[in-house]
Design a protein around this ligand. Structure first.
Ligand SMILES: NC(=O)c1ccc[n+]([C@@H]2O[C@H](COP(=O)([O-])OP(=O)(O)OC[C@H]3O[C@@H](n4cnc5c(N)ncnc54)[C@H](O)[C@@H]3O)[C@@H](O)[C@H]2O)c1
Length: 254
């Protein structure tokens, strides 16, 4: 098993890619410290992992609230004695996020609070736990929109994800000698509840699909398998990277 003996802290565990990650990581031997703001879906993730024989402790909370994150890390360490992986996955994509001119400031604040400051808080409270364990792996979920411009903008989201990539590189450089690796994943459009609004509109769906060389939207598993590699010791000499999992969308000129 590829994560045997490892304790993985994961945010946004109740839905989409986080939910699938719980299932796959537990199957690979990880013990999970799972958190989400949505308690019902988090409970379902717990039941799914436990019914397959996996080990998981759930701590509901908001990644945008530092006290919630600190508590989740503490409860995880109390339950399993250590943390080896921070899988910072929770994120939002508000419907009214558009250009800098159109996006309400409240949407900008909310997006930065969850997508960027949430990752910062998880690292703030999680890195000491990784150091205490003698090192570990940080997997931060960014997005392909932080790598290319887009004429149909979501500028608050893009700003938040660009910050995640910059923070990831900084962590990689600071903590490499202490055995902590930090990598960011940049998913392309993945069929999860996050994109439900866009992908249920035939015109919006076709516009995006047309840009993807591999001819389909991503599945949660496409990203989770990359995260599994980055969380495991198989990627022991990788740090500071932006790992692009996007069906080729970012290399498509026409
Ligand atoms: N789906 C895509 O196309 C896509 C593309 C690129 C990047 N991403 C990123 O991947 C990550 C996972 O997205 P997904 O598609 O699985 O989305 P999703 O909406 O299915 O799941 C996100 C989870 O995060 C939780 N969450 C939201 N706000 C939270 C908060 N404040 N505190 C704690 N939990 C919170 C939600 O309750 C939900 O369970 C996000 O960071 C997203 O930005 C998604």
């Amino acid at each position: 098993m590829r994560l045997e003996g490892k304790v993985v802290f994961i945010t946004g565990a109740g839905s989409g890619m986080g939910r699938v990650a719980c299932r796959i990581f537990a199957r690979e031997g990880a013990r999970l410290v799972a958190t989400d703001i949505a308690q019902g879906p988090l409970g379902e993730a717990v039941r799914e992992v436990e019914s397959a024989g996996g080990k998981i402790v759930a701590v509901p909370g908001d990644v945008a609230e530092p006290a919630d994150v600190e508590r989740a890390v503490k409860e995880g360490v109390r339950a399993f004695g250590r943390l080896d992986v921070l899988y910072n996955n929770a994120g939002i994509f508000p419907d009214d996020d558009g250009s800098v001119v159109d996006t309400p400031l409240s949407t900008l604040d909310w997006t930065l609070d969850v997508n960027l400051k949430g990752v910062f808080y998880c690292c703030k409270y999680g890195v000491p736990a990784l150091l205490a364990a003698g090192g570990g792996s940080i997997v931060n979920i960014a997005s392909f929109v932080a790598l290319v411009g887009c004429t149909v903008p979501q500028d608050a989201y893009t700003t938040s994800k660009g910050g995640v990539i910059a923070l990831t590189r900084s962590l990689a450089v600071q903590y490499g000698k202490q055995g902590i690796r930090a990598n960011a994943i940049c998913p392309g459009p993945i069929e999860t509840p996050l994109l439900r609004q866009i992908l249920s509109d035939p015109a919006k769906r076709a516009l995006r699909l047309n840009r993807i060389p591999l001819g389909r939207f991503g599945k949660p598993e496409d990203v989770v398998h990359a995260a599994l590699f980055l969380a495991s010791d198989e990627s022991a000499w990788m740090t500071g990277t932006t790992f692009v999992v996007d069906g080729g969308i970012t290399v498509n000129y026409f």
